[in-house]
Design a protein around this ligand. Structure first.
Ligand code: BG6
Length: 487
């Protein structure tokens, strides 16, 4: 296949942060090796501390060998990749410190230029402004903003309006890496390329929807960031909201970026705002206490560095209602947490029961159909159906079986979400990025809950590390007659 190699400069602010080492560099390494980047493209790490070129190369080498699987790292390929690596030192708030970066970028002023702001949102404005003052924002420039954009609607609006002074909306790519996951994109394929789901996808047929993103890992050294944000701002407002949008949205008229984003924003605007009574009844927040995962003891969140008095939630569960014709009366249950029993991200579409059972006299109970879309760690789509137990029994006995729609037994390497998204920015395709109005609509809804939590409308609960969360989250669904899809 003939690849369209792009010649570009990729500048990573926050280039020595966790995200850069864990995700961005491995993604760029693959893009470069797989022939998506022109070999003359440059990857410029913006460091906050002085570092020689040799030290930088040694550091990237060390990190790639740490974060890539052994069979993905190749010394020869690294030798080629390393030709593309550059490092400059910048102190974000000191304009004079950008000179090294300017000198490098001015060598190729016409080149496609991607500025990836992998920093705390507080720096988005000053970096954009300084790049503009120094003449480094060209018509070929794009800026990528890492989520979360701000920590509430007010700060998000401020950041967006400031960044918009220096970049046009079409140059701004607000990233939510969940949208780059293959399995997440597959939700659209499943819904809009299979007619069988079309008549079933509504309140007439669906009892409820569950969206779970559970992690067994903790904060992974990001205490300073995480403690300011918590599960609601770190996961629910963005990743889980995006998943909810893909499940709930109306069919877009095309795959054009604005067509898809128009439909998502309509869902976000239809989310029912919560009253104080709703917040108390429909939301759960909790922090993990010590426990064990895979037989290993795990300290509690408050045992983390300087976290003794922290009141930040590491788990959140909510019942969300969507006020529109399609979803009237269908609860969407969302939950996400750190240090849970296992890594498990899935979407469960629970269908209603049959209107009348002809099998009850036979001692059978009929379980409702479920469509289970597993995103990670395993990727699969299962439709749970009732089926006759084979045999000659005079009673017709039933059992629930799985129809595997997608087992994806495929040995080829699956590109990481960041590879897809970086390539989309390079190709100027914003479909999988969040538009300004999406981010704001999601904050508007989340802010009400966060304000209720700040007023202690929902008291903070505790859960043992290595479990499925606090009992209150079980109660949240049980009170509606539902149950989580936990094994
Ligand atoms: C990030 C969050 O956006 O997503 C992290 O900031 C979280 O806290 C991560 O661990 C989860 O991503 P994934 O792709 O591993 O599910």
């Amino acid at each position: 296949m003939q690849l369209n190699k792009t010649l570009c400069d990729i500048v990573i602010f926050g280039g020595q942060g966790d995200l850069s080492f864990r995700k961005l560099m491995p993604a760029l390494y693959h893009l470069s090796n797989d022939g998506h980047l022109d070999p003359l493209s440059r990857i410029i790490t913006v460091a906050r501390f002085d570092m020689s070129h040799e030290e930088h190369i040694a550091l990237i080498y060390e990190k790639l060998t740490e974060f890539l699987k052994p069979d993905q790292f190749d010394e020869v390929k690294f030798a080629t990749f390393m030709q593309q690596l550059h490092v400059v030192t910048v102190s974000f708030e000191d304009q004079s410190s950008y000179q090294g970066l300017k000198k490098l970028l001015d060598l190729h002023p016409q080149r496609e230029r991607l500025n990836y702001l992998s920093t705390a949102p507080d720096f988005f404005t000053v970096i954009s402004k300084t790049l503009s003052i120094l003449g480094l924002v060209t018509p070929q420039s794009r800026v990528v903003l890492e989520k979360p954009i701000g920590r509430d609607l007010h700060s998000a609006r401020l950041i967006n309006s400031e960044v918009l002074k220096y970049f046009e909306e079409k140059q701004i790519y607000r990233i939510d890496h969940y949208l780059g996951k293959d399995t997440v994109q597959n939700i659209m394929a499943l819904r809009f390329s299979n007619r069988i789901f079309m008549p079933l996808w509504d309140a007439n047929n669906i009892e409820h929807v569950q969206i779970t993103v559970a992690e067994s890992v903790g904060v992974e050294g990001r205490w300073g960031y995480y403690d300011q944000y918590g599960a609601m701002r770190d996961m629910i407002q963005n990743h889980l909201m995006q998943l909810l949008c893909l499940v709930a949205m109306e069919p877009p008229y095309s795959l054009h970026a604005d067509s898809v984003r128009d439909e998502k924003v309509k869902v976000l605007r239809s989310l029912r705002p919560m009253s104080a009574a709703d917040i108390e009844r429909k939301t759960v927040r909790a922090q993990y206490a010590q426990g064990s995962i895979d037989g290993q003891p795990v300290p509690g969140y408050r045992e983390g560095d300087g976290m003794q008095h922290s009141n930040t939630e590491t788990f959140a569960a909510l019942r969300v209602d969507i006020d529109n014709w399609r979803w009237n009366g269908v609860p969407f249950y969302l939950r996400s947490g750190k240090r849970m029993r296992q890594r498990n991200s899935e979407i469960v579409i629970q269908f209603k029961s049959v209107p009348h059972s002809i099998f009850l006299n036979q001692g059978n109970s009929i379980s409702e159909n479920k469509l289970v879309i597993s995103l990670q760690p395993k990727e699969s789509i299962q439709l749970k159906l009732m089926n006759k137990v084979p045999g000659l029994s005079d009673q017709m006995r039933l059992q629930q079986v799985d129809l595997e729609l997608n087992s994806r037994i495929d040995s080829t390497r699956k590109p990481d979400a960041y590879e897809r998204l970086l390539l989309d920015v390079i190709r100027s395709n914003p479909t999988l990025f969040m538009r300004l109005d999406e981010v704001e609509a999601a904050w508007k809804w989340a802010d009400v809950i966060l304000a209720g939590w700040a007023d202690n409308v929902t008291p903070m609960k505790s859960y043992q590390a290595g479990t499925d969360g606090p009992t209150a989250s079980i109660q949240l669904v049980v009170q509606d007659g539902a149950s989580w899809n936990d094994e």
